[in-house]
Design a protein. Structure first.
Length: 498
RNA sequence: GCCCCCAUCGUCUAGUGGACUAGGACGCCGCCCUUUCAAGGCGAAAACAGGGGUUCGAAUCCCCUUGGGGGCACCA
């Protein structure tokens, strides 16, 4: 018997942007599909009509593609098992829900929110916290009663699954092993809502079956409903897929899941973005993010931390998923991203950083200076967004006030001398390249009896208007002789004036 | 409260009964380099949650406790 082909899916609901945790789930699915030569399917779970968000599907697809997680079947590209949007599959869900109804494996429930609330409270008081099953109000009524409610309340019902009341449901999870649920602890979950849309549980079971999903790889938070899902498959008479439950990513500070509601912060107090597009906008490289994400809750078992996607695909192994949930190691992402940026070719770096500079400086941005400064900033820019502040002096000159020109343990007169002598010396140097400017300037520092830091600090402020910049002589070279000298002269004038 | 899951340095992890005086990485700390900021080099500190078993032998297996997480919707 040949094993069924691997078919996995990522099934987000279009309620907002792609969450970093969702990205990891998608990534692991994608890796598994690519490793096994299987298919990765994108399915949109839009059965909650109240939470639909305009543009969400496009945003989700955009983020997935930015990460490089292309799908084989999906809403925009079709496939043999479509449609891939649940709201377009309503007839299917109805058919199968009604089938269950006919077999007595599901039942109509007319309970109002108030009835449910009351039943819940009674259960809570009388059964010491064991409230499972409180919702079974309409499960065991007689045919006559049923006919009467039907007549009175009409179509205002939901279809609930009639969970077995006794026994156990045993489920095998690929990362957790055997999980046993006591059926008596389970509830009769709603399968079909009164608006005619299915709940997640029904839609998932039906879709995964008909889309021939081999492995359901999803977040941990679904484990509690595993008994239901397993029983649902049995009720339908379908073989259940392999279950693979991934640990969730926790918030390092507040504890609990990583979420946008409680903005997470790392050990240094820096914010941890939660949405994939935020990483993109800050200048994290998708390949760095992908590498990083595979290192959370997963490991190849060796001492390596950095690897290409191709390598990850080749070596991916479901059995190496760690069942324990962990916190988001932001500092490690920053480190990894810095490594990836530093390893970029100059060409590639320029391509990636240009959009950030264009957004910040518009028409004042020009490519030539970026090209020239690139070798000196690649290791200082992480994430890419930092380039905007680091090389601002190339596009916008924001002169430092006079007092900022004066370094520690220096006074105005000394600073003025430095500015004057530097200007005089630099104006004689040709060509104006850092290898030509730096040695004589170092000699000057010594001749004047100062420390390099004192002199170069003053010059940096004068010439860039920044406290932090790329190396001074390289920066001046890129700026050009005329601009450099002019800024030195202006700085000296400001010092004299103020 | 009830049900389920999880548990190795601060953090991400390696470890599948003996090779563990527990390895790597990030971070932290110290030193070096240094014109700022990075990067880099060298070095150090740092963990098997606790208690019971099983075994000749336990980080590894079992139980309890504790701690953390998830779920208990006509949301997914």
């Amino acid at each position: 018997m040949t094993p069924a082909p691997v078919r996995v899916r990522f099934a987000p609901s279009p309620t907002g942007f792609l969450h970093i945790g969702g990205a990891r789930t998608a990534l692991l699915n994608w890796l598994f599909a690519r490793h096994s030569g299987g298919s990765f399917i994108l399915r949109i779970e839009d059965t909650d009509r109240n939470r639909l968000t305009a543009g969400a599907v496009e945003g989700l697809m955009d983020a997935l593609r930015w990460l490089g997680l292309e799908w084989d079947e999906g809403p925009d590209k079709g496939g043999p098992h479509g449609p891939y949007v649940q709201s377009e599959r309503k007839a299917l869900y109805h058919a199968w829900a009604n089938g269950l109804l006919e077999q007595g494996k599901a039942y109509k429930c007319w309970a109002t929110p108030e009835e449910l609330q009351r039943a819940r409270e009674i259960a809570q008081k009388s059964r010491g916290g064991k409230i499972a099953g409180y919702e079974r109000i309409y499960r065991f009524i007689s045919d006559a009663e049923r006919a009467q409610v039907q007549a009175e309340r009409g179509d205002a019902y939901v279809i609930r699954f009639a969970m077995p009341l006794e026994g156990e449901t045993v489920v095998h999870d690929r990362v957790r092993g055997k999980i046993v649920f006591d059926n008596a602890d389970q509830s009769d979950t709603v399968l079909l809502k009164s608006d005619g849309f299915p709940t997640y549980h029904l839609a998932m079971a039906v879709d995964d079956h008909f889309m021939q999903i081999s492995h359901v790889m999803r977040s941990d938070e679904w484990v509690p409903s595993l008994a239901l899902h397993q029983q649902l498959y049995e009720a339908f008479g379908w073989p259940a897929p392999e279950w693979v439950h991934l640990p969730v990513i926790l918030n390092p500070t507040g504890k609990g899941k990583l979420s946008k509601r409680k903005p997470p912060v790392d050990e240094k107090g820096n914010p941890i973005p939660v949405m994939v597009h935020e990483y993109r906008e800050l200048g994290y490289l998708p390949e760095a993010l992908v590498n990083f994400l595979t290192n959370i809750g997963y490991s190849f078992g060796d001492d390596r931390e950095v690897f290409t996607v191709e390598e990850t695909i080749g070596r991916f192994d479901l059995r190496r998923i760690n069942p324990a949930s962990g916190t988001f190691p932001m500092q490690k992402l920053i480190w990894l991203n810095g490594k990836y940026i530093a390893d970029l070719t100059d060409e590639d770096f320029i391509t990636r950083v240009t959009p950030f500079l264009q957004a910040a400086y518009g028409e004042r941005f020009e490519a030539a200076s970026l090209h020239a400064i690139t070798p000196f900033i690649k290791e200082r820019v992480n994430p890419l967004m930092q380039a905007v502040a680091l090389i601002k002096f190339l596009y916008v000159y924001d002169p430092s006030p006079a007092e900022e020109l004066i370094m520690k343990k220096m006074d105005a007169a000394q600073t003025s001398t430095i500015l004057e002598r530097s200007h005089a010396l630099l104006s004689t140097i040709e060509p104006f390249v850092h290898t030509a400017t730096e040695p004589p300037m170092r000699d000057l520092v010594e001749a004047l009896g100062f420390k390099p830091g004192q002199v170069f600090g003053t010059l940096r402020q004068a010439v860039t208007g920044q406290l932090v910049s790329p190396p001074l002589f390289e920066s001046m070279e890129v700026m050009g002789k005329a601009t450099s000298l002019q800024r030195l002269a202006e700085a000296q004038a400001r010092l004299a004036a103020g």
